[in-house]
Design a protein around this ligand. Structure first.
Ligand code: ASP
Length: 349
């Protein structure tokens, strides 16, 4: 009996000690929650110059970029995931006719708006993408649903639309996406094609056709995510799909390295596997995010094929360092860090 009482006593002391030893790890958890979070976005790269933009137009872009990034910032500040921050930030840009994504997407040769999007989770390397959809209001939501609720990574066209309906995503009439500005761009491009016998690859023409949107974020839990959404390139034909929905080209995220969203001349971004290449340079060569992004955008991309390509990326690494690298005249972009400091940029200077 005495032995039994000693045993119960010893067990009580042991369990008290065990509970005590939990405290430091709770404290570590609290500390983890304090880890910096950050968010970075782009609204496309191209011939964005101070001398060809009115003050009113510039203010419109600034206001929309700020509205979008604040949505993601708030999610991150409240402890939400980088995936939610990326998706909800991109939704704001998709709903704005200013950008080439969702409403305001560019027109295909045949006069339609066809959307591509992708999203990637740096923690699990899960990813979702969709291409060539015509009725999904927010293509990034479809990409997220593909990632979360399907056994696949990449859906396209009719099948993707059917899946979106089954998922209860918002469906709109195809003409919801149409804007006069983008229709005029198609007419202009077609006319110059005729006059100059230009090809799809004509640099002067293509440079003014970008406007994809993208976002990369690091959350308080140390997880990275990236996403990209686009209407592609004006005058695209034959079901053309660009880099934006291609994991590794338009979007990539890996908690060991970085999260990247690209914008630019898709054919070259695919051939250069731009987003993954930046991550790979960090992983295998030990480059910093800044060095890797510079190498890919300024040195490798311009030397792919005869043409070389224009465009840029926004990226964030696992420590919260952020980079906005582009080789065009400008790129719509914004950054917000954990302190709530906001930077918005458009032009090269
Ligand atoms: N990268 C996109 C595409 O080629 C275009 C863009 O970024 O504006 O479809």
């Amino acid at each position: 009996m005495k032995k039994c009482i000693y045993l119960i006593f010893a067990l009580l002391i042991f369990s008290a000690c065990k509970n005590e030893s939990k405290k430091p790890s709770e404290a570590i958890q609290n500390e983890t929650e304090k880890v910096e979070f950050s968010i970075i976005i782009h609204g496309g790269a191209g011939s964005i110059r101070r001398d060809n933009m009115s003050e009113e137009r510039e203010a419109e872009y600034r206001q929309k970029l700020e509205e979008a990034i604040r949505v993601g910032y708030t999610i991150l500040k409240e402890g939400g995931t980088s995936l939610d921050a990326v998706q909800n930030t991109i939704n704001i840009l998709e709903d704005s006719p200013l950008f080439n994504a969702g409403k305001g997407a560019v027109f295909t040769h045949e006069g339609f708006n066809e959307h591509d999007a992708s999203i990637m989770d740096g923690k699990t390397l899960n990813a979702g993408a969709s291409a060539g959809t015509k009725t999904i209001k927010n293509p990034i939501n479809l990409a997220r649903a593909v990632m979360d609720n399907s056994p696949h990574v990449f859906l396209s066209r009719g099948g993707a639309e059917t899946f979106a309906k089954e998922q209860g995503l918002e469906i709109v009439e195809p003409n919801y996406f149409s804007t006069t500005k983008k229709l005029k761009s198609l007419e202009r491009v077609k006319a110059s094609e005729k006059n100059k016998v230009a090809s799809f690859y004509d640099a002067d023409l293509q440079d003014s056709k970008f406007g994809t949107v993208g976002c990369a974020a690091l959350d308080k839990h140390g997880n990275l995510a990236a996403g990209t959404s686009t209407g592609g390139m004006t005058n695209k034909r034959w079901g053309r799909i660009g880099d934006s929905p291609i994991i590794g080209a338009g979007t990539y995220a890996n908690n060991n390295t970085c999260a990247v969203s690209s914008t630019g001349w898709g054919e070259f971004f695919i051939r250069g596997m731009v987003a993954y290449d930046i991550s790979a340079l960090m992983e295998y060569k030990g480059l910093s995010l800044k060095e890797a992004a510079k190498e890919v955008i300024q040195n490798k991309l311009p030397n792919i094929g005869d043409q070389g390509a224009t465009g840029g990326i926004v990226a964030i690494d696992k420590d919260g360092n952020m980079v906005m690298e582009f080789n065009t005249q400008g790129m719509f972009r914004a950054i917000m860090n954990a302190k709530g400091e906001l930077y918005i940029g458009m032009f090269k200077d």
